[in-house]
Design a protein around this ligand. Structure first.
Ligand SMILES: [Zn+2]
Length: 108
């Protein structure tokens, strides 16, 4: 189970990274709005980009939390659809993958 340990480490590191990035974005979003209308328009566009980015990061954070939970429950690396083991190759690329390559392909 040394592999799981190393995935756990990767996932935890990435999780901390994401938490840092999300709080940075939230700080920026909390900035007081500029008074100038034009500046405010730009700010709003920036905010939208930041919100989209934060959303994507939240999603990844959620997947990572779920993956850490699967490690805890000893079902890490098992495809949620067909219950087969997800290949190491795939887990190395996406440690929080929930589906094997086959099921991923059928799904999309
Ligand atoms: Zn599968």
């Amino acid at each position: 189970m040394t592999e799981e340990k190393s995935f756990e480490k990767t996932l935890r590191t990435r999780r901390d990274e994401l938490i840092g990035m999300i709080s940075e974005i939230e700080d920026k979003l909390d900035d007081p709005k500029p008074n100038d209308i034009e500046d405010r328009a730009t700010e709003r566009e920036d905010d939208e980009v930041l919100e989209l980015q934060a959303n994507a990061e939240y999603q990844e954070l959620k997947s990572i939390a779920a993956a850490l939970e699967r490690i805890k429950n000893d079902v890490f690396g098992v495809c949620l659809s067909c219950r087969q083991a997800i290949s190491m190759e795939r887990l190395n690329a996406v440690p929080h993958a929930t589906h094997c390559k086959n099921c991923m392909e059928t799904k999309s």
